[in-house]
Design a protein around this ligand. Structure first.
Ligand code: AMP
Ligand code: MG
Length: 414
C-alpha cells in the first residue's frame, strides 16, 4: 500500500512536509519501566515527579559565619556577642541561647531556632569567645529558608523529558531513588548493496567497505536505544523481503541504507510496498532525495539512501526526530545560527541543501562559517572535518562569499 502525500509522482516532498508526516504518523511507545537514578541519564521521563520533601528541609546557613538574633542588637550599632557553641553541617547546635549570644556556624548547618541572621566570618572580629559586629551589620542575611529550592509536593520535573545530569541531581536532592522512564526502542539496521564488503575482508575490484553501518552505529548511540547490526543484505528482492519480514517481527524500527532509488538494483521501495506501506519516498533535499519511510506491521521503516553523506543528513533530519517521537520526547528543532560565510556556495534551485561547513570563532568573538570542502555525497573526509550543516532553502540559487547564511551546528538543539 502506498500512501503518497504528494499529488503528482514527479513532485518531491519538502523537508517540512516530510517531517510533518513523520510527526503526525509516529505514536509514542506506551510501555515504561522503573530504573535507578544512575541508569536514568538520557532516558525519557514518563511520569512527572513531585518532591516528597522541602529542599532544603530546614533553614540552613549560606556561608561560614556566626548565627545570631537581630533583635539582640540595635540597628546601626556595633555590638559584641558571646559565642556559645558550634553548628556544623550535619551536627546541629541544640542548646538554648540568652540575649547577646551567638553560635559559630558553617555552610549547610541548620540555623539554631533562636537565630534569624548569619554574619559572614570575614565581617567580624573575634577575641576569645567574643565576636564584634561592625556598624553596618545587616539582619536576616545568609539564611536559606526551608523549601527555598523546592517546596514539598511541588513538581520537580514534568514528563516527558530527556533526563540530564542536572535533573538527576535534583531528583537525588529530593531523595528519589527510582523513576519511571519510557522503555528503550529496539532498532535494527542493515546495509544493502552487492558491492559492499565488511571490515576485515580484502577489497576486490569494484567493491567498497560498508561505512554506513559504522555511521549508523554512532548516530544511533543513545541510552534510549537497543541497537542490532543486521549486516549486509545483497541487492536481491527475495533476500530483502525475507530480511524485512524477519526484522519487522523483532524491532520497533528498521533502518536500511542503499537501494532506495530507482536503479535496476534498487529494491527497497518496492519491497517495502510489498511487505507493508510506504508513507513517502522522494524528498526535495540534497543530499538524500530517495528516502522511503513507512511501516511493516507494527515496525517503522526508514530506507535511507546509499551515499554516506546522504545517510548523515537524512538521519539527522528525519530518523532522529522520528525516533525521538517514538521514544516519547516532545518535538525539538536544531539550533540555527545566522553567521557570515567566507565561501561562495553554489546551488541549483529545487531542493533544500545541507552543505557541510566548518563553524569557527573569529578573533573578535563573532562566529563565521566556511565550506568544509567539496560537496559530493560520497565525500566522507569532508564530512568528517565538518562541524555543522550550512542550510540553503529549496529556492536559493547559492550565495557569494561574505553573505549571511543559516547554519545548524551538529548536536546542538533547543
Ligand atoms: P544506492 O543508493 O544503493 O544506489 O547507493 C548509492 C551510492 O552509495 C553507491 O555509490 C553505493 O556504492 C554507495 N553505498 C551504498 N551503501 C553503502 C554503504 N553501506 N557504505 C558505503 N557506501 C555505500
Ligand atoms: Mg545500491
Amino acid at each position: 500500500m502506498t500512501n503518497i502525500c504528494y499529488p503528482n509522482k514527479h513532485e518531491l516532498l519538502s523537508v517540512e512536509q516530510a517531517l510533518l508526516e513523520i510527526r503526525k504518523t509516529i505514536e509514542t511507545v506506551n510501555e515504561s519501566e522503573h530504573v535507578d537514578l544512575p541508569q536514568a541519564l538520557g532516558r525519557v521521563l514518563s511520569e512527572s515527579v513531585v518532591s516528597p520533601i522541602d529542599i532544603p528541609s530546614q533553614r540552613t546557613a549560606a556561608m561560614d559565619g556566626y548565627a545570631f538574633a537581630a533583635g539582640d542588637v540595635a540597628a546601626g550599632q556595633a555590638a559584641k556577642l558571646q559565642v556559645i557553641g558550634i553548628a556544623w553541617a550535619g551536627r546541629p547546635f541544640l542548646a538554648q541561647q540568652t540575649p547577646s549570644q551567638c553560635v559559630r556556624i558553617f555552610t549547610g548547618a541548620v540555623v539554631p531556632e533562636f537565630a534569624d541572621s548569619v554574619i559572614a566570618q570575614e565581617q567580624i572580629e573575634i577575641d576569645g569567645d567574643t565576636v564584634s559586629l561592625p556598624l553596618d551589620w545587616q539582619p536576616y542575611k545568609n539564611i536559606r529558608a526551608a523549601g527555598s529550592d523546592v517546596k514539598q509536593h511541588e513538581e520537580l520535573i514534568a514528563a516527558p523529558k530527556k533526563l540530564t545530569a542536572r535533573d538527576l541531581s535534583l531528583l537525588a536532592a529530593a531523595g528519589i531513588e527510582k523513576i519511571s522512564v519510557k522503555r528503550k526502542l529496539n532498532i535494527g539496521y542493515f546495509s544493502t548493496g552487492d558491492e559492499l564488503v565488511a571490515l576485515g575482508e580484502p577489497l576486490a575490484v569494484g567493491q567498497i567497505y560498508d561505512s554506513n553501518r559504522y555511521l549508523l552505529a554512532g548516530l544511533l548511540s543513545d541510552p534510549n536505544h537497543t541497537v542490532s547490526d543486521l549486516g549486509i543484505v545483497a541487492d536481491d528482492p527475495l533476500k530483502l523481503e525475507q530480511t524485512f519480514k524477519d526484522a519487522a517481527q523483532h524491532y520497533d524500527v528498521i533502518i536500511s541504507t542503499g537501494g532506495a532509488s530507482v536503479g535496476d538494483a534498487d529494491f527497497v521501495k518496492q519491497t517495502l510496498e510489498k511487505c507493508g506501506q510506504v508513507n513517502f519516498w522522494k524528498l526535495a533535499i540534497k543530499p538524500g532525495k530517495p528516502l522511503a519511510f513507512g511501516k511493516i506491521g507494527s515496525c517503522w521503516f526508514f530506507g535511507l539512501p546509499g551515499n554516506p553523506v546522504a545517510v548523515l543528513v537524512t538521519y539527522e533530519k528525519f530518523v532522529k526526530p522520528g525516533l525521538e517521537q517514538l521514544a516519547g520526547l516532545p518535538a525539538r528543532q536544531a539550533l540555527r545560527l545566522r553567521v557570515r560565510c567566507d565561501s561562495r556556495l553554489k546551488k541549483s534551485p529545487g531542493r533544500q541543501e545541507y552543505q557541510r561547513g566548518i563553524l569557527y570563532q573569529q578573533a573578535g568573538g563573532e562566529l563565521a562559517v566556511r565550506l568544509a570542502g567539496q560537496q559530493d555525497s560520497h565525500q566522507l573526509k569532508v564530512a568528517s572535518q565538518s562541524n555543522c550543516f550550512i542550510v540553503l532553502n529549496a529556492d536559493s540559487t547559492g550565495i557569494d562569499a561574505g553573505e549571511m547564511v543559516t547554519v545548524e551546528p551538529f548536536s546542538a538543539e533547543l
